[in-house]
Design a protein. Structure first.
Length: 339
């Protein structure tokens, strides 16, 4: 090959590479434009002040395409499908109580994303930051606002299979004292201290006494509802086949998802409510598999997310096994009702 031919080949290659690069930039620009374009026919969203102390509001992660995608928004609690006020604070998972919020965020890096949990005050200002060791999945705040908890996948990215590992953390929002993993707590199972290398915890939910919490323990192929004690740093098994528990405001009931034999492996759950006094289970009138830690709107009504056109939609359902599910908002996830 002559020198002239080599130069021509090199120039041709440069032209091709430039064209590919230009096309990639244009494609990325077009995707960004589509992402920032308000969703046709979607909810009306305007920027404004969002607080965690305004009664009669529900705060959640907005999933509608447009400039406010992934931001925390507030809407009327009686009509979550109504106009939304956007906060400019972005979260993957969120919860709040008593003017304290916990927001699980992605931190985008040049090579890969990392994750963090931020504790928010009533005006959504950051009070503290904590590293999260994997993909965020669950978040909760105690009724008093004193404690916050989160769960992350540190191996795998779905609860549907059995090959996953999670880490559940709890922080005292007043002192900043952090328990990085509930695996540091003593496990009491069948009246005895229990040790297992595969013990996993997820889905923390708090009682109102700033001492008691509930969570899921997974070990040796089974799941258990555990009651935790923040002072003694122990967890005690109460009931089998419970995942992602959520304690009712009056502290008497646990809503949870339960694996039901015969359902598809990628959608194996049915919603139930457990009476903590009698340990009686009530199946709920939702025929679809729900992979969420449900929220109690009040002592009688549940709210949860199911997949939707823009990621997720919110549904409501009576907690006594009657009625039928009703969609209350599109393009929304991780609701917290301001009380």
């Amino acid at each position: 090959m002559t020198a002239r031919t080599r130069i021509l080949v090199l120039l041709s290659a440069l032209v091709v590479l430039t064209g590919v690069a230009t096309a990639s930039v244009l494609h990325a620009s077009a995707r960004a434009e589509r992402r920032n374009r308000p969703q046709a026919g979607g909810p009306r969203i305007t920027s404004g002040a969002v607080t965690l102390t305004e009664p009669g509001r529900v705060v959640f992660r907005n999933m509608a395409w447009g400039p406010h995608r992934d931001e925390l928004v507030s809407a009327p609690a009686t009509d979550p499908s109504g106009p939304r006020t956007a906060s400019r604070v972005k979260c993957l998972r969120f919860y709040a109580a008593a003017g304290t919020g916990v927001c699980l965020q992605a931190v985008h890096g040049p090579v890969s994303d990392t994750y963090r949990a931020v504790v928010l005050d009533a005006s959504l200002h950051i009070r503290a930051r904590y590293d999260v060791p994997g993909i965020p999945s669950r978040a909760r705040v105690s009724p008093s606002g004193r404690y916050a908890a989160w769960t992350a996948f540190v191996g795998g990215d779905s609860y549907a299979g059995t090959n996953f590992s999670t880490r559940a953390a709890i922080v005292d929002t007043r002192t900043g004292e952090l328990t990085e993993s509930l695996e540091a707590y003593r496990i009491v199972k069948d009246g005895r201290t229990y040790h297992a290398a595969d013990a996993n915890f997820w889905g923390v939910t708090f009682a109102s006494d700033d001492r008691t919490f509930y969570a899921t323990l997974g070990t040796r192929g089974s799941t258990y509802l555990v009651r935790g004690d923040l002072r003694s740093r122990t967890v005690t098994t109460l009931h089998t086949d419970v995942e992602c528990p959520s304690l009712s405001p009056d502290g008497t009931l646990i809503a949870f998802k339960k694996r039901v034999p015969g359902l598809p492996k990628d959608a194996p759950w049915h919603l139930y409510v457990l009476n903590l006094r009698t340990l009686h289970e009530t199946p709920l009138a939702e025929p679809r598999s729900v992979d969420d830690q449900v929220v109690w709107r009040d002592d009688h009504t549940l709210v949860y997310a199911l997949p939707g056109d823009y990621g997720a939609d919110l549904y409501t359902l009576p907690a006594d096994g009657t009625g039928k599910p009703r969609r209350i908002s599109t393009a929304a996830v991780s609701p917290a009702y301001v009380r």
